[in-house]
Design a protein around this ligand. Sequence first.
Ligand code: ATP
Ligand code: MG
Length: 533
Amino acid sequence: MKGWDLAIDFGTSFTTTATLVDGRTEVLEIDGSKYVPSLVCVDEDGTILVGRDAVNEAVMAPERTERVPKRALVASEQVLLGGRTIATVDLVAAVLARVAGEATRRFSGRRPGRVLLTHPARWQAGGPELRRLTEAAERAGLGEPDLVAEPVAAAHHYVRSGDPVPDGGMIGVYDFGGGTFDTAVLRRRRDGFELAGSPGGDVALGGEDLDATFMEILAEHAEALDPDAWNELWEATGRVAERHRTLLRRDVTQAKEALSRLPAVNLWVPGYDDEIRVTRREYERAVEPLLARSVEELTDTIARAGTTPDALVDVYLTGSTSRTPRISALLAELLGHVPGMRDDPKAVVALGALATVPGSVSATMHVRLPSHRPHQPGRFPAQPPAAPTPPLTPSGFPVPPAPAEATARVPRPASGPTEGGRHAAPPSPPPDVAAAREIAREIAAIAEAAGVADLVGASAPTVRAGRTAAAARRPLLVALDGLGVAIGTRFSPFPGLPPEIALQVLREGRGELGALGQCLTRLDGVAERLAAW
Ligand SMILES: Nc1ncnc2c1ncn2[C@@H]1O[C@H](COP(=O)(O)OP(=O)(O)OP(=O)(O)O)[C@@H](O)[C@H]1O
Ligand SMILES: [Mg+2]
């Protein structure tokens, strides 16, 4: 019987799995797709659902859903979902166990010879992220995997598919995924690739920001037709209304993706008789500042590697957002030629990991867990980690109940992309919109000053600064709550305190907390302004 190898690219939005047998690689289809949503949802009885089951359940139970377990893994050891405290490694283990289980079934239950897990290049050896990822693999019954940085894996795929990169030659990798944007410059070595300079990117920039920008365009068209119907869509309560919003968000993502192929798309919006048309031209204009920022980030990463764009052998595109044609065009301006994109830009990471050589410069990293237990396939330890950090409540992570019509993103800096990316804005917004934006900016600034922007940044709600004060107020309250939870979580004076209570304790001792105390005063100031609104 032939041996086989398994590679898993556990992404912020999607997980891709590939196998290698007899020199042939293949991307696995699970639930009918090569992209398994990374989202997880905890059942009422505590079972962690993944894949299509999780997506279906998540529609009904957002409070039991962790939409971005990869971010949760970075941010905390535990999360609170539907009243249960769950170790983040268990969330990730559930996803890994599901995809690995599907793969193993195809090989009649035989275990893979080699298991490779990919990870962002900024996750450093010795850091908590790789330790947690390794622990998740162990809990998923995968033993101790080889760890490969995502850009390194992608580079291997390109080289294996025939791209010549001489020894010592440098390549850039531009990875625009669903939740994050990553850049790296790599140097070719005889047996693999190593990082040249520090990797770059933006953990708060991903395909979902392009979704938010698309939603803004849609909001402008919809409000021009019938502002009351648009308000009703986002204000209505109840399950039907919630479902309408969920489906509209899904349609927006699909329409955005379709604009990579089509010059225009039509969307059906609940409450409107006629379809609403969005063109690629207006979409590209709106997302230009975000895309330009990504190219700038790549330029900086290239400079940090001590080289120049024209000295690179090529820049490889990975991440499904890289399918956006305007990205290739912008990079072509920088490089003087169209950058490399071959096959499916998402699958190249899992496929390329399989091309690495064990023990080589590309795949040398192993994380030894402190108390190494023999692995027990398919078993999930009932115990949470030994020294847990306080859990993040759902308001720190999952999607807010009613994001829409984004005009400001909390907590991004005022010069952030979403503000800058807003095109064709109404010439003079009513005063309450301006006030909402100002408060959104203040919340962003407090998050920065308190050092918790990473906890709430990328998964923060897109706030609705609507045409009325009432429409703008609710998401700002949600954002403020998320900020309070983040501060309570990070600065909790005692381990195990619920973040809300930790926040209260911190408030009481604010006089002795210096800069953090000032942040808490500013936080209360925002709360008062919103209460008086
Ligand atoms: N044809 C397309 N054009 C533009 N965007 C697309 C296209 N297809 C998928 N996307 C977007 O790509 C994103 C998902 O990318 P990908 O699966 O590479 O992310 P990921 O690996 O899960 O995330 P990350 O790399 O940030 O951890 C989604 O936002 C999705 O809407
Ligand atoms: Mg990815």
